[in-house]
Structures are given as structure tokens and as C-alpha cells.
Design a binder for this molecule. Sequence first.
Ligand code: F6P
Length: 342
Amino acid sequence: MKVGVLTGGGDCPGLNAVIRAVVRRGRQHYEDEIFGFLDGWRGVVENDYRLLDRRALRGALPRGGTILGTSRFNPFKVDGGVEAVKKTFQDNQLDALIAIGGEGTLSCTNSMFQLGLPVVGVPKTIDNDVDLTERTFGFDTAVSIATEAIDRLHTTAESHDRIMVVEVMGRHVGHIATWAGIAGGATVTLIPEEPFDIVRVCESIERRHQAGRYASIVVVAEGAKPIDGTLEVPEDTFDEFGHIRLGGISQIVADEIENRTGYETRVTILGHVQRGGSPTPYDRVLSTRFGIAAIDAVHDGAWGDMVALQSDKITLVKLQDAVKQLKFVDPQLWATAQNFFP
Ligand code: F6P
């Protein structure tokens, strides 16, 4: 078969491991020709690709980023975009396309399926917010990086009796914040799912200080929001997929903490450090399993499906079901985290 593969949306550790698995099994087991489209859907619209063989993937397993490049390009938002995608399929006699991406890329892939194109999705995002899969690769790496950063911030916070506000990624969901907050022993964790009360945040910190601890870590997901009307926050802006672009909530929280409690407060924004570099062993294995399952799904003609992890087994779900809503932090896990907020 002639099979295309693309990586769309924000990059994520483990993308190369997925591509490697697709190419390895596709070439060796099925004798496929694999077209690697460059920069996500842009490469499909502009018929910009490179053929991938085993050699092209040499050394790719532990490498972060994506050898194919990525973008948030949306073919539905450019004139003639969808027709250009269909033409690329025809011109190359493509039998299938594997799209590796987060909710934006997967929604676009689902729309292509609705138009009759033979596509299969692979969920990726450090945010872990794609529904119907227990994990997306990249999440474990991001949590490891965030936890290590928090561990390091603890010692400098304690030396200076300071509050350290740490901003982690997570536009709409607080998976990274919740996991890193628990793993890193945060005093307070703020997530988008649970609008926060700055008065309560400050009370928690003060209670901890009254109990004789003079340093605190506050983990803030970038999409954390105050309860309506309690704090002024800047207007959101949007990207091509209609995604909110955020940033800056941690500084607002830090300023409020310092002003209200008088405790010296510093901010660390981990940002794209969480997305860069080598995937953890867990993410390498999950990416590899997803890649193998995706090329097998292509050969089973499972169009419109997405590979997923459920009960630690790889399975297939419908893309249209997976993109209906985001996967939010499990209330049971959030309740666990709250046991440690004073
Ligand atoms: O979707 C993953 C993510 O890491 C979000 O948590 C973050 O808001 C966003 O990407 C930022 O991506 P970029 O700076 O590439 O637009």
C-alpha cells in the first residue's frame, strides 16, 4: 500500500518513535511505501513529502521533536485546501493517511474521514487531554520534566523562605499540573477545571507558614482561571485551530500572593521545556505500540478510527467519538491531590 503519515499541532516527545514504528512495520511486514508529509496538513495540501525508509529513521527512537516537522495548518481554513488534499491522494495514488496529532489535528482528520478519505488517527499531546485514550505519549515525559523542576525549586525556595509559583502547560485541562503537583509535593495546585479562589490560595499558604514551614510551591496550569469576577485576567487570543493562546496567569497569581501575604514570591514558567528533548522509556514504548497499531489499522481498513490505550491494551476507537470532548482530570485523582493542600 501507499501510506502517508503526518505530524500536526504542537510537537511532543515520542512523535519520531511513532513514525519509526509505522515505517518499520509498514516496510518490513507489509512492503508499504511510506510518504512522510512535511509540517502537518500543510505538506498534504502542497504535496510536500519525503519517502521514508528504515535509514531515514535511524537514531529517531530517543529523539524529541518530529523529523517531519509540524504546524497547526488547517486545510479547512484555506481556499481550496480540501480539494488540494484530495488531489494529493489522487496524484500519489495514496491508499491511506495516518495523522498523528492532538485534538485540532484529529478533528481535522475526522472531517477528512467524513468526506470519504481513508484516514487513521494517532493521539499525541503532552497535555493528555484526548478523550477515549487513557494516555497520550509525551505526557509522561512532560510530567517527569515538571516534577524534576519542582524538586529543584523546593531547595531554593526553602533556602530563601520563598513562595515559588510554577506554571506548567495545559490550556483546558490540568493533567500535567495535577500529576506534577502530587509528585512534587505542591502546597497548592491550580487547574482549568476548578476555578480558584485567590483568598483560599493565600489562606492555605499562610496556614502552612503558621505551622512552621516558610516555603511553598504553587503549581499553576497555564489555563487556570480565577472564579469569575474575583481577579482581573487578560483577554484570550486564538490560533488557526481556534485554540486559546494563554500565558501569564502565574505572574498574576504570584503578584496577588505577594501582595496579600507579604511573602516573597517568584515565578518559573516551564513552557516549551516540557515539550522538548528525549521521551521517557514509557513514552517510547507507548509511541511504538501506537505506531504499530496504526499501520495495522490501515491494513484492516479501519478508516475513521483512532488508536487508543484502554486498560493498558491498545485498541481502536472512532475518531468522531474521541474528538467530541476533551478528557478532563479525573475527580478521584483531583480529590487525592487536595488531601495535600493545607
Ligand atoms: O497542546 C499542547 C500545548 O503544549 C499546550 O499545553 C500549550 O498551550 C500549547 O501546546 C502551546 O503550543 P505553541 O506554543 O506551540 O502554540
